[in-house]
Design a protein around this ligand. Sequence first.
Ligand SMILES: Cc1cc2nc3c(=O)[nH]c(=O)nc-3n(C[C@H](O)[C@H](O)[C@H](O)COP(=O)(O)O)c2cc1C
Length: 163
Amino acid sequence: MDFRQLVTDRWSCRAYRPDQVPDAVMREMFEIAQRTPSWCNTQPWQVHVTKGEATRRFAKSLTAHAETHEETSDLEMPGGYHGVYRDRRRAAGYALYASLGISKEDWDARVAQRMKNFDFFGAPHVAIVTTDREQGTYGAIDCGGYVTNLLLAARSLGVATIP
Ligand SMILES: Cc1cc2nc3c(=O)[nH]c(=O)nc-3n(C[C@H](O)[C@H](O)[C@H](O)COP(=O)(O)O)c2cc1C
């Protein structure tokens, strides 16, 4: 596929069919992403992939956890969103809820939509990408490149994704 076309065609999918991705397609996707450049060629990403019932089990336990725990983050969250960042963030949120027909006042529907994040939007697989704490920001940056390549590799093979 033409590279510009591939990058332009990728989008975040928020509703999935339950069909499993064939193992061969999955393997090819990860082989492509493995070519991601990294600091000193450390390739500091580890990937855990679920399939079959394990994905739904994981989604259920993650949802239960999210319902009963405060949100925390391994990495420091952004200090704030100002100017163009605030504008883009708002526009993205507005576009999401508007496309789903969810009004600003419909708090229950907004919460229900938010909880779909933890259900992986019904996706048949989830890939958890981790890096050793020792690799710090450098490891995290390399993982960002890896994730982007993984999304593009998936798209090139006809598989929808959301980071
Ligand atoms: C690191 C990262 C985390 C993201 N987390 C979420 C998320 O938790 N929920 C969600 O719906 N979208 C999430 N997104 C998707 C972004 O909202 C999306 O990439 C952006 O709006 C651009 O839209 P597109 O991917 O369809 O081009 C995430 C994207 C990135 C890169």
